[in-house]
Design a protein around this ligand. Structure first.
Ligand code: SF4
Length: 283
């Protein structure tokens, strides 16, 4: 242990005489525990997209995360305590990511690297992209950038070290895994037609029940879409009216033809209304 590191552990509450400061350190259990953990964090070895290239560069000789005791990237979640989410999180990948997080031993930390991991980035509106890993996992540090430079990632790692330094074995609210027993695992998302967060299952059930009861759609359709639906219905009714005219010819020859004409008029009216609304929306 170098002289600098030993002085780093000194606790001002119990001052050590100057002549002994290079040989003796009096400190708290939390301090030495946090110091040992944050000086040897082992990140999990995985990358998701372009940001991973910068993460690899950070670990290589030029920037060298060995200076932080972080050079041992583990290929197993069982041996890692830091998850660097480096890249775009797709709905397909969020399932194994949450599973891997649950398999990491506590204490464990998550660093969201780059715009994609932090909030969806340039693909935020994409049908297959999760708008930020923090929708599923508790993120400790966000590193901005697209991609963040190795210096930015190192700055994020230093911020994480400072956060760990401030944690206390006595404060169970702040650091749940210092309490008795393991904390609850994050529910694994379900990949169906869209990604489903099991924690929102009650909300999804309520919306499905409302929709089934006809009380209201789970999500309001835009007016243009409603117009299109009504136009299609009117056209279908017009076509059906023509068929009915042949089938019902013997009983009431003139009535089905009138229905078809009325449906065609309705369709034209709806189309005109839709055009007007679109024009109004542009102004
Ligand atoms: S933030 Fe930019 S560099 Fe990083 S994964 Fe997304 S698109 Fe790629």
């Amino acid at each position: 242990m170098s002289e600098f590191q030993l002085r780093e552990l000194h606790d001002t509450e119990f001052p050590v005489p100057a002549e002994f400061q290079d040989n003796i350190a009096i400190t708290s259990l939390s301090r030495i525990y946090n110091w040992s953990r944050r000086s040897s964090m082992w990140p999990m070895l995985f990358g998701l997209a372009c940001c991973a290239i910068e993460m690899i560069a950070t670990a290589a000789s030029r920037y060298d995360t060995a200076r932080f005791g972080m050079e041992v990237m583990r290929a197993s979640p069982r041996q890692a305590d830091l998850m660097i989410v480096s890249g775009t999180v797709t709905k397909k990948m969020i399932v194994p990511i949450v599973r891997l997080y649950n398999q990491m031993p506590e204490p464990k930390y998550v660093l969201a690297m780059g715009a994609c991991a932090s909030g969806g980035g340039p693909f935020k509106e994409g049908y297959n992209v999760v708008s930020g890993i923090d929708q599923f996992l508790p993120v400790d540090v966000y590193v901005p950038g697209c991609p963040p430079t190795p210096q930015a990632l190192i700055n994020g790692l230093i911020a994480l070290q400072k956060k760990i330094d401030g944690q206390s074995l006595a404060n169970l609210d702040d650091v749940p895994w210092y309490g008795v027993g393991p904390s609850d695992p994050v529910p694994i998302p379900v990949l169906a037609a869209d990604i489903i967060d099991p924690r929102q299952m009650e909300l999804i059930r309520q919306q499905a029940e409302r929709t089934a009861a006809g009380v209201g759609a789970a999500r309001a359709l835009p007016q243009a879409a409603l117009d299109r639906v009504q136009i299609e219905r009117a056209r279908a009714a017009a076509a059906k009216g023509g068929t009915t005219a042949i089938a019902a010819k013997s009983s009431a020859p003139s009535e089905p033809v009138d229905e078809a004409i009325a449906a065609a008029r309705l369709a034209r009216r709806m189309e005109a209304l839709a055009r007007k609304r679109a024009k109004d929306a542009q102004q």
